[in-house]
Design a protein around this ligand. Structure first.
Ligand SMILES: Nc1ncnc2c1ncn2[C@@H]1O[C@H](COP(=O)(O)OP(=O)(O)OP(=O)(O)O)[C@@H](O)[C@H]1O
Ligand SMILES: [Mg+2]
Length: 450
């Protein structure tokens, strides 16, 4: 292992020894700092992470063992090598017990020292790697404000970590209430762009005519009502993140203009003859089937590829049921304060219902159901009676029993079944067709039959 760039602090009140060690270690490519004052060394240990600390045992001021103790506390990953001219076994054992990496007795061969230093470095790198791997396999129950321990959420946490510091545009898809906005914020606030602003715009909530001036801004006099210059949201998001919620609702003309901004990294406000350089990351969301919108000419394919550099698909809640108890408890804790109620959890029977429900409105629906239940509850846990009637009915009677009792025809039963499966998959017709063993056309035809 070469010493390139690794930082070693040598502490010895014997200046000659300092000089000697420094020469040898620098000769090996290490960057070496020597200090003969152990108090200064203690200060340095608090300030920065060193790759190795080499310290004499007997010194004026703080002793080698004192420094060792401080290093273990302030910088536990830094290996400490002890040098002593008084190599009694006791002091060596004590140092090792306190967590020193190794000790060397004076007089020593320089080769021996260099070898020990290199081994200590290798050891440190291994420890760091083990640490990193351990953290990676550790199940995380939350990330920023996102809750969830399911493998699919773990993957999303990882992905967010990997992309936060980049500037690539992101497209987040998923059913309503799956947490798209929370993910967008986690990306922004986890990376270097958090120094800039997170600017959100819901493309579906703003009339088409206003959308353009909101996004691009305008020069005074650009149109009748433009009394003063106005900076657009794209500008406000400079060096930060522009969050375009429900991106698919943006009209085609604006899609073209946005595409130009992305490609040219410049923005031109309405009525302005100048363009201004701009550095924004766009995070867009959609809960519609963009591919089919592209086919129908409602969404620009080129813009889609510009936005979809990284895609994150949020799974519906019913596909990660192991997160349901965790989320339910999270919302209970959250509302306990607001509602001034001391509810500790969900009863076993209520939990069964909650776990079996299909949650078409996903996490948002769960949040609402918990809030409602807590408002109604007169006990210290949420009971089935506190849940909405629709959730109780689902459990009440098996669908087939109902069909038998009410003497359904095959056609009726088929209709009921198709409806139920569609609900289960959140209205996704391709998925429903697959489950039902039908092709999409047949499914469409059956849905139109009355
Ligand atoms: N993993 C999660 N952990 C904790 N809270 C969540 C999680 N996912 C969603 N929520 C909560 O559920 C609600 C809906 O989330 P959010 O607004 O991010 O969903 P969305 O996907 O943007 O929905 P829509 O498509 O309807 O806009 C919010 O109150 C949010 O705090
Ligand atoms: Mg949203």
């Amino acid at each position: 292992m070469g010493g390139k760039g690794y930082k070693i602090l040598v502490v010895d009140d014997d200046l000659e020894m300092c000089g000697l060690l420094s020469d040898v270690l620098q000769g090996e490519g290490f960057s070496v700092i020597t200090l003969s004052n152990s108090f200064e060394a203690s200060k340095m240990l608090k300030g920065e992470e060193l790759d190795i600390l080499i310290t004499d045992l007997k010194m004026k001021g703080l002793k080698g063992l004192d420094l060792l103790e401080e290093a273990k506390k302030d910088s536990p990953m830094t290996p400490v090598i002890i040098i002593t001219a008084f190599g009694t076994i006791e002091s060596a054992i004590k140092a090792m017990k306190m967590g020193a990496y190794d000790y060397i007795t004076k007089p020593f061969q320089m080769d021996e020292l260099v070898l020990t230093v290199k081994k200590a470095l290798e050891n440190r790198l291994l420890k760091k790697e083990v640490d990193r791997l351990r953290r990676e396999v550790e199940t995380r129950y939350h990330f920023h404000h996102l809750i969830g321990k399911s493998p699919s959420m773990q993957k999303i946490y990882h992905l967010i970590e990997r992309i936060s510091d980049t500037s690539s545009n992101v497209l987040i898809t998923g059913e309503s209430g799956t947490g798209k906005e929370l993910v967008a914020k986690a990306i922004h606030f986890n990376g270097k762009r958090k120094e800039g602003s997170f600017i959100a715009l819901n493309c579906a909530a703003i009339p088409e005519t206003l959308l353009e001036s909101e996004l691009f801004g305008y020069k005074r006099g650009a149109f009748t009502d433009a009394k003063v210059d106005k900076r657009g949201l794209i500008f406000e998001a400079h060096e930060g993140t522009l969050f375009l919620d429900e991106m698919t609702e943006m009209p085609l003309t604006l899609q073209a203009k946005l595409l130009r901004v992305i490609e040219e990294k410049e923005i031109r406000p309405l009525g302005d003859t100048n363009s201004y350089p701009i550095d924004v990351r766009i995070i867009a969301t959609s809960n519609r089937d963009i591919k089919s919108m592209i086919q129908q000419g409602q969404f620009r394919e080129d813009l889609y590829y510009r936005l979809n550099v990284i895609d994150i698909e949020l799974p519906p809640l019913r596909d990660r049921r192991e997160d349901i108890p965790l989320l339910a408890q999270h919302f209970i804790n959250k509302f306990s304060n607001d509602l001034k109620k001391s509810i500790s959890g969900v009863s076993e029977n209520a939990l069964k219902l909650i776990l079996n429900y299909s949650w078409p409105g996903n996490v948002r629906e769960l949040e609402n159901v918990i809030q409602r239940a807590m408002t109604l509850s007169q006990h210290d846990v949420i009971l089935p009676e506190d849940l909405p009637p629709s959730m109780l009915q689902e459990k009440e009677r098996g669908a087939l029993e109902k069909a038998v009792q009410q003497r359904y025809t095959i056609d009726q039963l088929e209709k009921e079944y198709i409806k139920k499966i569609l609900q289960e998959v959140g209205g996704n017709k391709s998925k429903a067709a697959e489950i039902l063993g039908l092709d999409r056309k047949t499914l469409y035809r059956k849905l139109q039959e009355e």
